[in-house]
Design a protein around this ligand. Sequence first.
Ligand code: UD1
Ligand code: UDP
Length: 362
Amino acid sequence: MKVATIIGARPQFIKTPIVSRELELQGISEILIHTGQHFDTNMSEVFFNQLNIKTPEYNLNINSGFHGEQTGRMLVELEKILLSIRPDCVIVYGDTNSTLAGALTASKLHIPLVHIEAGLRSYNRLMPEEINRVITDTISDFLFAPTSDAIKNLKLEGVTRNVFHVGDVMLDVMQETLRKINIEDILSKNGLADENFILVTIHRAENTDNLGNLFQIWNSVIKLSREGVRIVFPVHPRTLQKLKQLTNIENDINVKLNLVPPLSYFEMIALEKSSKLIITDSGGVQKEGYFLGTRCLIPRGETEWTKLVEIGWNKLVQTDTDSIVQSALEIFNSPKEVRKLSNYFGNGDASKKIASILKENL
Ligand code: UD1
Ligand code: UDP
């Protein structure tokens, strides 16, 4: 059996290798196609090296562009490749434009489509990711859902055939990573061994394309650092571009604010675990915070990971400076809470289950 896996953005590089390994163990051969949506060394290559991902058989080098342009160029190239390799199925992950392009191409060529991380919904159709998820789920032949709530979301849309509740592959990869890395080492290399800190990641369109929102978030980071709180802010390239339009970063920065390039996955996991609080609009980081026992403040109107907000672990916060600073200081100045572990995200064997189900059914 031969599968083609289509990836292109940072969170997909992190999710893929653990599934690839399980596919191999099941005797399934995999052809890897990188759309090139993310292309900087620290947004792509670093994950291939660190997580031992094989060099993709194809790299489309699509890079950036408006949604239509970027997705359209992917469709053109993916169609040629899938026609020539004729895989038994196509695997896509998550909700990016690479996911959508892979899903549409496979579906039009009548190649069975497999969606990993199916069923997530923010119910905000202004988010490009929401459109990508809904369409991909609608046309998928095998849907692997990380949680019971994702299954419910699919049911509400009438999607019930070949839906499997397997758990979250991000938990699988994180558990394995924790066994490999030396957190103390990473902290001291990053100059963070002896200090409490807040980790910040921001990249959503609603917080970067909307310069008003970005201004409020940036001001909260400046304000917290001026009040003496160490901030570590690995900046996504999209956010850096927009920040440069908004302000003179050099003038705003101070000794308590570590504005750094995107981190490697191992560094990120170490910092997420050791930080007192995470401020993030990332989907993946919200979950990892929970896995690692660190609470997140989410400057967004809604989230796909509603359960973590319902249980009071993560908190949605208005995108304004005062609300962010006040909520951040409350959590930063309290002792770190002990998290009650649950198996809501599975048991760390989602990738194994996915590979076995594909082996049995294709
Ligand atoms: C994309 C996904 C988003 C996901 C995020 C993960 C879509 C619609 N969005 O958002 O769901 O959460 O990836 O990080 O697919 N850039 C670089 N170098 C890079 C990558 C990006 O400079 O290596 C710049 C691009 O020039 C572009 C901007 O960042 O201007 C946005 O990149 P893009 O891939 O379009 O969307 P993301 O915001 O990264
Ligand atoms: N991540 C990373 N370095 C960073 C920021 C994030 O390795 O500087 C990892 C993070 O640990 C998580 C994934 O990237 O595994 C999340 O991806 P991102 O926030 O880009 O996208 P999203 O999950 O929101 O789609």
